[in-house]
Design a protein around this ligand. Structure first.
Ligand code: ADP
Length: 401
């Protein structure tokens, strides 16, 4: 079975075509500037075919999907002979609210439910819906489409973890609660960690640290998410590349009054100008921050210290939440590639009997155990693979039809 994995944004669309017999990525690519002018980078990964990397008109997501199918099936750039070889499509959908605790076959009812979640993710869910409609438009209704939700994995959180201490009616009437994000990534790395440890996930207490441009931590007890640091929106929890993370709401009132900002301007500051970028004044990229800190930039150093410290505090709180931890996982851009950040976090974890192995931590490569043999808690670097989870869920759902 061949599954096309789609991650549609408002003006972009990422894709991978995966052969599920061998779990090989046949081709991947990215459409950008949809609705503006248009650009497609298509990279075939088998058969020695050429890369396509050119501007082309993409007025809507339907033209983008049509261009993707055209490249996937063309003689020069293609990896399949016709669209008929694509058996199913798996879509990343950001917000499933309380309606979706697992992946589902998309039908009219499901589309309605995804639409009902738009108020929770006003930028993302409409783009995901557009991506699904574009696939139906170009590929027809006979090709099954599956929705895989960022929030679904966290639906196992107990009420004490997801309830905000505000009037309960806001939850009952309006769905105000912690939902959490990055669920597909936390689910993948925790399952992979159990596999690498050679133990059933049902027996393990794991903490997964997804640290990229956006960052979140998840406590996974017996394979189930029991708490996570992002909340009603992805703005909270850790300080991120440009997002503020946890913040006293009173700060907003103070800044808005003093500088005459409206709520949209305030949220723009908290989403786009805060985090390690805001603190350092240098960059949201950890490579730039490390370089600047190395040259003596104190604010860059503060931003990095603040990040490590924040991660360590959340990890500590999740050890308390689960009454223990067997392994801590680092993943995503920073987690996979920044040994200094991993070491900076591990420095706080000595009380757990957790000991990092500097040599292993410096080593490149995937699925890397970076704690010493004596460490009471294992530390793992596990590259995330959300596309593979989407493709596997799609295969499982479609095979059972
Ligand atoms: P997103 O959340 O957008 O998916 P990623 O998981 O791809 O982001 O993470 C991107 C971030 O990873 C970059 O902004 C950068 O901070 C960090 N990163 C990537 N490579 C390195 C590296 N070699 N050293 C330190 N940080 C890195």
């Amino acid at each position: 079975m061949k599954v096309l994995v789609i991650n549609a944004g408002s003006s972009s669309l990422k894709y991978q075509l995966i052969d599920m017999e061998t779990e090989t990525v046949l081709a991947k690519g990215l459409c950008e500037r949809i609705g503006i002018d248009g650009h497609l980078k298509h990279t075939p990964l088998v058969g020695g075919k050429s890369v396509f990397n050119e501007d082309l008109p993409l007025p809507t997501h339907s033209e983008a999907i049509a261009a993707v199918i055209d490249k996937l099936t063309s003689a020069e750039y293609g990896v399949v002979s016709s669209m008929k070889e694509i058996d199913a499509v798996g879509h990343r959908v950001v917000h499933g609210g309380e309606k979706f605790a697992s992946s589902v076959l998309i039908n009219g009812e499901v589309m309605k439910a995804i639409e009902e979640c738009i108020p929770f993710a006003p930028l993302h869910n409409p783009a995901n819906i557009t991506g699904i409609n574009a696939c139906i438009d170009v590929m027809g209704r006979d090709v099954p489409q599956v929705g895989v939700f960022d929030t679904a994995f966290h639906q196992t959180m107990p009420p004490k973890a997801f309830t905000y201490a505000v009037p309960y009616e806001y939850y009952q009437n309006d769905g105000i609660r912690r939902y959490g994000f990055h669920g597909t990534s936390h689910r993948y790395v925790s399952a992979r960690c159990a596999e690498l440890m050679g133990r059933p996930i049902e027996e393990l207490k794991l903490i997964s640290c997804h640290m990229g441009n956006g960052s979140s931590i998840c406590a996974i007890d017996g394979g189930k998410s029991v708490d996570t640091s992002m909340g009603f929106t992805p703005l909270v929890g850790l300080p991120m590349g440009t997002r503020c993370g946890d913040l006293d709401p009173g700060v907003m009132q103070f800044i808005m009054n003093k500088y005459g900002l409206g709520i949209d301007e305030m949220l723009n500051v908290l989403n786009k100008k805060s985090g390690v970028l805001g603190v350092s004044g240098v960059s949201s990229d950890f490579r730039d921050l490390e370089a600047a800190a190395g040259e003596g930039n104190e604010r860059a150093k503060l931003a990095l210290d603040l990040f490590d410290y924040s991660v360590a505090k959340v990890v500590g709180s999740y050890v308390a939440a689960m009454n223990g931890v067997d392994a801590i996982i680092f993943t995503a851009g920073v987690g996979e590639n920044a040994p200094t950040t991993r070491a900076g976090i591990a420095k706080y974890l000595g009380y757990l009997g957790c000991e990092i192995d500097p040599e292993a931590n410096g080593r490149r490569g995937s699925d890397n155990l970076i704690s010493t043999a004596d460490s009471k808690v294992q530390l793992w670097v596990i590259p995330t693979n959300e596309e593979l989870v989407i493709a596997r869920d799609t295969r499982d759902i479609v095979s059972a039809l």
